[in-house]
Design a protein around this ligand. Structure first.
Ligand SMILES: [Cu+2]
Length: 507
């Protein structure tokens, strides 16, 4: 704080909040040589040598093992983003994320490290967020110090005293909802002596999701609070979506390798019975504690807000299926992944045919039934679109759906009849600017628009924020706008929106 006026304002607020009278007669900080006991000052920890930036990875990747033999200051930069992503084929969901990913980016530090944590909240976010790291010894696990509004950043520091594998999550009210939207990840505090070496490490995290629609119901799906309260998830998945670890996305390893999985469970509700079909965990560090490892375990419990580390050696090739062994979750709600192991068979260990076809049907095949159905559906859409009567009805549906999108996202600025507000919000009704370029209108919604524009002879120089809408919502809302208040009657299709979105990548 450089400007004195601000610090005085802060001080006044701070003092008015503190009820302990001793604060009012606090002495100025004692010099470093003072023998008086007191709180250890920041930055004087003799154990900390040097500084580095943490390597953060998206699941299923894990940052490399720490080779360092001393503690250091580790700077973690993590950004919260609210993003629409795929929950399952044809199903989109507005995920709230740490780092744009569900689960959030993996953080790896060493016992004794001083972690300087920077939590950013992207300007496009609608909600404030914070972070509670179970690896933190301190109030709220950092939550109280990291409450961050959209477009802001918070910073706090903690010493990683206890080695182990810890969950982190958002703890902003309503906490259950923030976690249900995907706000969790893992932080590994490696013990000073390191962990036993393995050939491959993976990051797998389970979560349960609550959507208005049933499992697989297509389109954008909103969060369903009632289902969440009743603990009736529509989806239970590994790594944020159905199929995140299936087919081409399967984890890959070779015969003879020793693999380790850092397994977390974000919940918010369910406890996982984590199991790999066809494997036995040689070692399990239960609940993420590193002191004792149980051996030869079939299924390990991973509590909501907890973790486990499993190590096993791969003796034979094949596809090994990761499941929550509460099996309807695996086969009917998505909690299923794959580890594909290549290499020569070992007939002494196992002689037999591959397992995945019987267990999984077509989801095990590359480009399985899902891809073929998608291709046929595209063909159907094309055939249907070519039929004028059907096209007219499709347009009416789009207009009706778009009306809802407009009411929720545009009306506050552009007004109920699209008339806008003189000098501030340009009109959409009979707007020559809008009529002149459909692509520009689509891009304006995806990316927002600023700078001077002339609408019906009037100059506007303001800013419209980028809106978090999916392709279908954008197509519908523009179709509605183009067919209301005396406008042209054009239609905007999902494909047109897709095209503009693809062009905007990297800009
Ligand atoms: Cu949050």
């Amino acid at each position: 704080m450089k400007r004195p006026s601000i610090s005085i304002a802060f001080l006044t607020i701070a003092l008015s909040l503190v009820s302990m009278p001793s604060v009012f007669c606090a002495e100025p900080p004692a010099p470093a040589t003072s023998p008086l006991p007191g709180p250890a000052a920041k930055g004087t920890d003799p154990e900390i040598v040097g500084e580095e930036k943490a390597v953060l990875t998206a699941a299923p990747n894990v940052p490399p093992p720490i080779k360092r033999k001393h503690a250091t200051k580790v700077v973690v930069n993590l950004e919260v983003r609210e993003v629409v992503k795929r929950m399952a084929d044809g199903v989109d969901y507005l995920f709230w994320t740490f780092g744009g990913e569900v689960p959030g980016l993996f953080i790896r530090v060493r016992e004794g490290d001083l972690v300087e944590f920077h939590l950013g909240n992207h300007p496009s976010s609608k909600m404030p967020h914070n972070i509670d790291l179970h690896a933190v010894t301190g109030p709220g696990g950092g939550a109280a110090s990291s409450f961050t509004a959209p477009g802001h950043e918070s910073q706090f520091s903690f010493k990683a005293i206890n080695p182990g594998l810890y969950v982190y999550h958002c703890a902003t009210a309503p906490v259950g909802m923030h976690v249900a939207n995907g706000m969790y990840g893992l932080i590994l505090v490696e013990p000073k002596e390191g962990l036993p070496a393995v050939d491959k490490e993976f990051y797998v995290m389970q979560g349960d999701f609550y959507t208005k629609g049933k499992f697989g119901e297509e389109g954008f799906q909103a969060f369903d609070m009632e289902k969440a309260v009743d603990e009736r998830p529509s989806y239970v998945v590994f790594n944020g979506s159905v199929g995140a670890l299936v087919g081409d996305n399967a984890l890959k390893a070779k015969v003879g390798e020793r693999v380790r999985m850092y397994v977390g469970n974000g919940g918010p509700n369910l406890t996982s019975s984590f199991h790999v079909i066809g494997e036995i965990f040689d070692k399990v560090y239960q609940e993420g504690g590193l002191k004792l490892a149980q051996e030869n375990v079939q299924t390990t419990i991973v509590p909501a807000g907890g973790s486990a580390i499993v190590d096993f050696k791969l003796e034979v090739p094949g596809t090994f299926i990761l499941v929550d062994h509460a099996l309807f979750r695996a086969f009917n709600k998505g909690a299923l992944g794959m580890l594909k192991v290549d290499g020569p068979p070992n007939l002494l260990v196992y002689s037999g045919k591959e397992v995945d076809a019987t267990y999984l049907g077509e989801s095990a095949l590359p480009g399985g039934s899902g891809a073929r159905v998608a291709a046929l559906e595209t063909e159907m859409k094309k055939t249907v679109a070519a039929e004028p009567k059907i096209a007219a009805v499709a347009k009416k549906i789009s207009i009706e759906k778009g009306k809802r999108v407009f009411a929720q996202n545009c009306v506050a600025c552009h007004q109920a009849e699209g008339q806008g507000m003189a000098g501030v919000f340009p009109p959409l009704a009979k707007s020559d600017f809008l009529m002149a370029d459909k692509g520009r209108a689509i891009a304006g919604i995806i990316r927002g628009q600023t700078g001077e524009m002339t609408v019906n002879g009037q100059k506007y120089n303001s800013a419209m924020p980028a809106l978090v809408l999916n392709d279908e919502q954008i197509a519908n809302v523009l179709t509605y706008v183009l067919n209301s208040w005396g406008n042209s009657g054009d239609m905007v299709t999902v494909d047109e929106v897709k095209k503009v979105r693809a062009e905007s990548v990297g800009q």
